[in-house]
Design a binder for this molecule. Structure first.
Ligand SMILES: [Zn+2]
Length: 81
């Protein structure tokens, strides 16, 4: 089970790090989205390509949801995992 770590000193935003792949996430919900598979079975982390496919964006090493700073894509689709 990956462990969520609190933000490091000096960072103004609360981020979490995946204990499995070491990636940083801006919110717990984004973190949740990068873990796939059944909870009682084989869970794994999404690859970078898979996260990009799900419209997650990496800003300064932290994965998050596309925000105002990101151009609007006309073909953005809600994807259920
Ligand atoms: Zn991970």
């Amino acid at each position: 089970m990956p462990e969520l770590k609190p933000n490091k000193p000096g960072q103004d935003r609360r981020i979490c790090q995946c204990g499995e792949c070491g990636a940083f996430f801006s919110t717990v919900s984004v973190f949740d989205r990068h873990r796939i598979g059944p909870h009682d079975g084989e869970r794994r982390c999404l690859t970078v390509a898979e996260m990009q496919k799900r419209k997650l964006v990496n800003r300064a090493g932290v994965w998050g949801q596309p925000g105002p700073a990101v151009p609007h894509w006309e073909q953005v689709q809600e994807e259920t995992v």
